[in-house]
Ligand binder design. Structure first.
Ligand code: FMN
Length: 176
């Protein structure tokens, strides 16, 4: 008999901690890019590294990020304009900087509705569109009001590790 979800082969139940670890490991098999959400809060500027970025709609142009409730950025992001900065392969230190391991001096650019980071692979400046309950996260949707990209390899994240995606595997829009 095959194992049910949440069971080891043979039917033995996972402990809650083991199940959570296995869930995260399973999610980690989905390779993603890496982005930093930047915005101005009431008293300071915020940045938070995410890999939960998703394109949602072309008309209107909508994107989504999923932000954990336990982060300091979570409450401050509600109702605020933000930028999703897509990182290039050489920007891993920046990803760590905004994931609780400070170490570089970010170079900021004043965007039209929200601050963004200099020399990123692509960016999407957004005004707030909606926020939805996502369990221990909130799904923040933004309407894209400005965007751009440059050439270069992409920073990626898979199986809990940073990796890179060569530019030769990106840029399909050139084929359309
Ligand atoms: C590669 C990577 C991807 C991450 N993706 C997310 C994410 O999608 N959503 C999230 O809330 N946190 C994510 N995190 C964790 C946050 O970046 C981290 O908790 C950060 O320190 C929170 O900062 P704050 O509490 O100062 O707001 C990710 C971290 C890394 C390294």
């Amino acid at each position: 008999m095959s194992a049910q979800p949440g069971e080891f082969p043979g039917g033995r139940r996972r402990s809650s901690a083991s199940r959570s670890h296995h869930f995260r490991g399973s999610l980690g098999r989905f390779a993603t890019g890496v982005a930093i959400v930047t915005f101005d809060g009431p008293s300071r500027r915020y940045g938070i590294t995410v890999n939960s970025f998703t394109s949602v709609s072309l008309e209107p142009p909508l994107v989504l990020v999923s932000i954990a409730r336990r982060t300091t950025a979570h409450d401050e992001l509600a109702g605020r304009a933000f930028t999703v900065n897509i990182l290039g392969a050489e920007q891993q230190a920046l990803a760590l900087h905004f994931a609780g391991r400070p170490g570089v001096e970010p170079q900021w650019v004043e965007g039209s509705v929200a601050p963004r980071l200099s020399r990123v692979l692509a960016y999407f400046e957004c005004t707030p569109w909606a926020a939805y309950d996502g369990g221990d996260h909130t799904l923040y949707l933004g309407e894209v009001v400005d965007f751009d990209y440059r050439s270069g390899d992409a920073l990626a994240f898979a199986n809990g590790h940073f990796t890179t995606i060569p530019e030769s595997q990106l840029g399909v829009e050139d084929l359309l």
